[in-house]
Design a binder for this molecule. Structure first.
Ligand SMILES: [Zn+2]
Length: 386
């Protein structure tokens, strides 16, 4: 699992001459060394074109050797990385960081002074570890998941719950109370387990499953912190197979993420139109970012824009200021960029902003009316830009 802390470490990598390679490559079991060889050659070519376009220079020859080293590394180590690899390297330092990634990340290679973290940031922001608890009056199954993985975590059972034959000389009312005590103790035990797991950061979101009346009774015994983590309820049998559990969990998570993003877009819209704690459009978002104002960035997954980055202060803008200088520090040490969006996302991440990439068609259209990008601000700057 990739965490925010991992990304913070990678985000500190930089290369003063702009020769840091960020490579993303999906890995498949049936892909051969020849396949990787071809794919890496294509990626090197596209990285070179982009670099040339942005800096006016060809990539140094040492990159061909670096890509050859990477080919050998992948040939020998692909098995360790599961479905995909993120790799950061430079000709001077070789391979400096690698991470295993899920296969939803597309292949890309970018050479820049800073790492391209946008695909990983998106992953960390959208997908949190979750827990699903299937509950009945005398049993519980707890499973934990992240992306495509789902594992049985624990099973709890109240094996002393009395059956009808145990009623003996007890009155019906007393016997029922006795059973209710058992059920309550069982719920408490499961609730305690879920609380400990939350404390150990084993999950962020909780999904409850089981018959409705049992689930609602159980939910009320949960610690408030745990209750706050509940994002949905599903009907599942105790013996449900893991694929059914995963499919149900995935639907609940997708729905939760979709709603969270919609709320954010609506918030950007109302706050920015009221000139309050929000901005929309690329120019205003970049300015807010430069002032460290961005609390939450919302960006269309397909939005691209050329622009410039200042080698002096690191600021990005859509166009240079007068005399081809940085609009923020007036330095003339600026570099053209084919696409400033990945850098913008990384900068926002480094400032501790939350980041939501929008890929739902309806939401893209909504955000498109706001320029495809916007932000919720931490604080307001009185002077509004023109
Ligand atoms: Zn500058």
């Amino acid at each position: 699992m990739i965490t925010r802390t991992d990304l913070e470490a990678i985000s500190r990598l930089d290369h003063p001459e702009g020769h840091l390679l960020s490579l993303y490559l999906p890995l498949f079991k049936d892909k051969s060394d020849t396949d990787y060889n071809i794919e890496l050659k294509n990626l090197l070519r596209s990285a070179n074109q982009r670099f040339q376009h942005e800096s006016g220079n060809e990539l140094p020859d040492a990159f061909s050797e670096l890509f050859e080293d990477i080919r050998v590394y992948i040939r020998d180590n692909a098995g360790k990385y599961g479905r995909g690899i993120a790799l950061f390297a430079s000709p001077d330092d070789g391979i400096v960081e690698t991470r295993s990634t899920p296969d939803i990340i597309e292949s890309s290679a970018i050479v820049d002074a800073r790492p391209n973290l946008a695909p990983l940031i998106r992953l960390v922001e959208d997908f949190d570890p979750y827990c699903i608890c299937i509950i009945s009056r005398d049993q519980a199954r707890i499973l934990t998941g992240y992306l495509d993985h789902l594992d049985e975590h624990s099973q709890l059972e109240d094996d002393e719950v009395p059956g009808q034959h145990d009623q003996g000389g007890w009155s019906q009312a007393r016997f029922e109370r006795h059973i209710e005590d058992h059920v309550h103790r069982h719920f408490k035990r499961v609730a305690e387990k879920l609380f400990q797991m939350l404390e150990n950061k084993e999950y962020t979101h909780l999904i409850l499953a089981g018959p409705e009346e049992v689930v609602s009774g159980f939910e009320s015994t949960l610690h408030q912190y745990v209750q706050d983590r509940v994002i949905g309820h599903v009907r599942l049998l105790m013996e449900a197979n893991i694929n059914d559990v995963r499919d149900n969990a995935r639907d609940v998570l997708a729905d939760y993420i979709r709603k969270r993003k919609l709320t954010l877009i609506e918030q950007v819209e109302s706050e920015s139109k009221a000139n309050d704690l929000g901005v929309h459009g690329l120019t205003e978002t970049l300015e807010a970012l430069q002032r460290g104002q961005v609390q939450s960035l919302v960006v269309d997954s397909d939005v691209r824009s050329s622009g410039i980055v200042c080698k002096e202060c690191g600021a990005m803008s859509v166009a240079p200021g007068e005399g081809n200088t940085c609009v923020f520090c007036q330095s003339d040490e600026i570099r053209d960029m084919d696409n400033i969006i990945p850098g913008l996302i990384t900068t926002a991440f480094q400032q501790g902003s939350a980041i939501s990439v929008i890929d739902n068609d309806e939401q893209k259209e909504h955000l498109g009316r706001l320029g495809g990008i916007g932000a919720i601000l931490r604080f307001r700057v009185e002077q509004q830009s023109a």
